[in-house]
Ligand binder design. Structure first.
Ligand SMILES: Nc1ncnc2c1ncn2[C@@H]1O[C@H](COP(=O)(O)OP(=O)(O)OP(=O)(O)O)[C@@H](O)[C@H]1O
Ligand SMILES: [Mg+2]
Length: 373
């Protein structure tokens, strides 16, 4: 096959508005048919936004919306309300609890675009948040709208869209504070420009969803002034083991199927994986015995990665359906990273806790030697 006829590789991870474009259309259509009130600048009614985020499985007269974020309806409703107020929305929580995913889903449903995103790092500057300049044009023609390069906040304000600010607390406090007047006065001043372009008034629909990881917090905290301009919501790990196992199964099945692998993780193995993660996360077993917690966040996101790695390695290399030892192998690289202490804590867990249980647990117990390497 010549290079010219090789199909272009598919996108690794389409954004939510692309992946679920069909669902967003159906919801917009339902809003029109039922005359539901859609806030100014929004694509959907508040109820449709919530239905999109949570899915409508089990609802009578549902639209067949896929379950996406697994969480409390009341929490999602509060998030949607926050987006319609004059404050931003701040999602805080442990790593891997779907803060970023929830913010992506909300932005996709409210604005039809989840890509106006600032990634907060220690070196994020105000330019990356508000606007910068095309210096060639700036030198040639002086400051003008043509020479201005809008960053997500400028674009969100001028089009009336939700802007996502990932890991905001990793930015220096002075940089975070460039959001102060944006959030309180809904105004961005570009002092270099003249006349009508100097002051940008946010259009309706504009809002900010920020996320912050509690483990990173304190590295760079937030100013009290900025905190006052956000509604805070804490996202907790999924409390219900069955719902977490369903989610891990559903997501890993989908990712594996996408890679052309049909032998998904058997249900009982997924259950063992999720139980193990939950017990190590909480530091105690289901029947209340203490276990040593790992320094790695044993999050749902990590559980999905381990399930996928397990499925891939057994399909590609073992050639048998996934088993307990594949899970232990996948845990090594995916969840344990480079911590020797975590390795020995996990080994302790498999030695003591898994030993006493039947079924798949025995496969994990038998594979504990893999952790010695
Ligand atoms: N409640 C949940 N509902 C749906 N997916 C979840 C949930 N909790 C965890 N996940 C899984 O986690 C993945 C996304 O994690 P995400 O990156 O959004 O977490 P995060 O909280 O932003 O983590 P971090 O703090 O590391 O940035 C999802 O794709 C999904 O696999
Ligand atoms: Mg995140």
């Amino acid at each position: 096959m010549s290079a010219a006829s090789t199909p272009a590789p598919r996108v690794q991870r389409p954004s939510a508005e692309t992946r679920w474009a069909d669902e967003l259309d159906r919801l917009a259509d339902r809003d029109r048919r039922t005359g539901a009130r859609v806030p100014d600048g929004w694509r959907l009614s508040p109820r449709s936004v919530v239905d999109f985020v949570l899915g409508d499985a089990g609802q009578r007269d549902g639209l067949g919306l896929e379950t996406k974020f697994v969480g409390d309806r009341a929490l999602v409703e509060r998030c949607v309300v926050a987006l319609a107020t004059d404050r931003g929305l701040m999602l805080v929580g442990e790593p891997g609890t779907a803060k970023s995913f929830l913010s992506e889903l909300l932005a996709a449903a409210v604005s039809g675009d989840s890509t106006l995103t600032v990634q907060g790092t220690a070196s994020t500057t105000e330019d990356a948040i508000t606007y910068s300049w095309n210096y060639a044009l700036l030198l040639a023609r002086g400051p003008s709208l043509d020479a201005l390069v809008p960053a997500p906040v400028h674009r969100g304000m001028s089009t009336g869209a939700v802007v996502r600010f990932e890991e905001i607390t990793r930015c220096p406090i002075e940089t975070q504070d460039s959001l102060l007047s944006v959030l309180s006065d809904r105004v961005l001043v570009v002092p270099e420009l003249e006349d009508e372009h100097r002051v940008l008034h946010a259009r309706r629909g504009f809002s900010v969803i920020a996320t912050a990881n509690v483990r990173d917090r304190g590295v760079n905290d937030m100013s009290a002034a900025l905190k006052r301009r956000f509604s805070f919501e804490t996202i907790h790990p999924i409390a219900d083991l069955r719902r977490e196992a369903e989610l891990v199964q559903r997501q890993s099945d989908a990712i594996l199927a996408d890679a052309g692998i049909t032998a998904a993780l058997p249900g009982d193995l997924t259950e063992v994986l999720v139980t193990m993660f939950a017990e190590l996360r909480r530091g105690r077993t289901a029947d209340g015995r203490p276990v040593e917690q790992l320094s790695t966040a044993m999050s749902t996101a990590e559980a999905v990665s381990v399930a996928v790695a397990t499925g891939l390695s057994s399909a590609w290399f073992t050639g048998t359906p996934p088993r307990g030892e594949d899970v232990v192998g996948a845990l090594l690289g995916t969840a344990l990273k480079d911590s020797d202490e975590d390795r020995s804590r996990l080994r302790g867990y498999l030695t003591r806790v898994a030993k006493e249980r039947g079924g798949r647990w025995q496969e994990l117990h038998a594979a504990r030697g893999l952790l010695d390497g």
